[in-house]
Design a protein around this ligand. Structure first.
Ligand code: AMP
Ligand code: TRP
Length: 337
């Protein structure tokens, strides 16, 4: 067996993000902040999953721009290509072959029970097979690097269980090769949308983009749903059901949170003023990110070079893992000669 041990003794991390173009505060708080922290301690791989994205109904003509914009967002939140490997999924086609190998062990019944599959499938008259197999490709993304840990948002917990299950089933049949990676999910849980929906998500148009300018950011916050029972200014509010309060807890200085709560419950501060304070907190977080993004938007060649170098690094590992998996599955027919 080939030596597939990692180049350093550090644990390996992999995570992925869809190239929606607009990275929002849900992505940032739910996942990317962790990605940045982890790059100092672990050997990290971060992939922009364009092969997953083609399942959506986006215009193919926009996908290249959305891919670059997503890379710009990743670099702007603080991922450092000297410390981690950032690349585009379709630049490492080995993920797709491993996905097929995994399709031979992934149980259809479990795939059909995935919450995200059920939600999305309900929107189709004719369900594409790729939607069912989405978590199998995700498992290949992770396991082709034999990653030990996967920092993701709460909504990905089930997909990570599926990855562990695929690793277990494949190892049981072909011998130990893949680790069962741990999902690393931050305490913030699911960041709710400005409309009060359970999830901040681009497709629901309830987001605050991390690269949005001040005017756009304020117009989004101004329109955010608060406690629906607080109709008049003098009505006391219920912070525990208020969207804006939950964002305060995630983004404002912890020292002001008791005041935000108290002033709301006693109706001393109205929702618009409370939103203005949140706006200031958000600007404090996103202003430095926007500044970096401005640089990369002017230097897209640099961004492309980073992604290409990342793909070369990632690919050399992916090729080795795939080759070992192929051998174990009897696909290396020349070994009989
Ligand atoms: P996506 O944009 O769906 O590819 O998500 C990229 C990462 O952000 C994944 O780890 C998601 O779990 C995480 N994420 C996306 N939306 C949210 C949200 N509203 N709250 C928490 N995490 C999120
Ligand atoms: N499914 C993830 C999402 O929608 C994106 C993703 C694809 C991913 N491959 C991955 C996340 C591998 C972690 C690891 O957010």
């Amino acid at each position: 067996m080939k030596d597939l041990s990692t180049s350093t003794s550090r644990k390996r991390v992999l995570s992925g993000i869809q190239p929606t173009g607009e990275v929002h505060l849900g992505n940032y708080l739910g996942a990317l902040r962790q990605w940045v922290h982890m790059q100092d301690e672990y050997e990290c791989f971060y992939v922009i999953v364009d092969q997953h994205a083609i399942l959506g109904d986006g215009d193919p003509a926009d996908l290249p721009t959305r891919t670059i914009d997503t890379a710009i967002s990743l670099l702007s939140v603080g991922l450092d290509p000297e410390k981690c490997t950032i690349f585009v999924q379709s630049d490492v086609p080995e993920h797709l072959e491993l996905q097929w190998l995994f399709n031979t062990v992934a149980p259809v019944g479990d795939l059909e029970r995935m919450t995200q599959y059920k939600d999305k499938a309900a929107k189709y008259d004719s369900i594409p097979a790729g939607l069912l197999n989405y978590p199998v490709l995700q498992a290949a993304d992770i396991l082709i690097y034999r990653a030990n840990a996967v920092p993701v948002g709460e909504d990905q917990r089930q997909h990570l269980e599926m990855t562990r299950d695929i690793a277990r089933k494949w190892n049981a049949r072909y011998g130990e090769l893949f680790p069962e990676p741990d999902a690393i999910i931050p305490e913030v849980g699911r960041v709710i949308g400005l409309d009060g929906d359970a999830k901040m998500s681009k497709s629901l148009k309830n987001t605050i983009g991390i690269l949005a300018d001040e005017e756009e950011t304020w117009s989004r916050i101004k329109g955010a749903v608060t406690d629906p029972k607080r109709i008049r200014r003098e009505d006391p509010g219920r912070p525990e059901v208020c969207n804006v309060y939950s964002l305060h807890k995630l983004l404002s200085n912890p020292a002001i949170i008791p005041d935000i709560k108290e002033q709301c419950m006693t109706a001393q501060r109205g929702c618009v003023d409370c939103k203005r304070i949140l706006f200031d907190s958000i600007i404090d977080v996103i202003a430095p990110i926007r500044k970096k993004a401005f640089y990369y938007q002017q230097h897209t060649d640099e961004v492309c070079d980073i992604l290409k170098a990342g793909a070369t690094r990632a690919r050399s590992i992916a090729i080795d893992t795939l080759s070992e998996a192929r051998d174990r599955m009897g696909l290396n027919w020349t070994s009989a000669l």
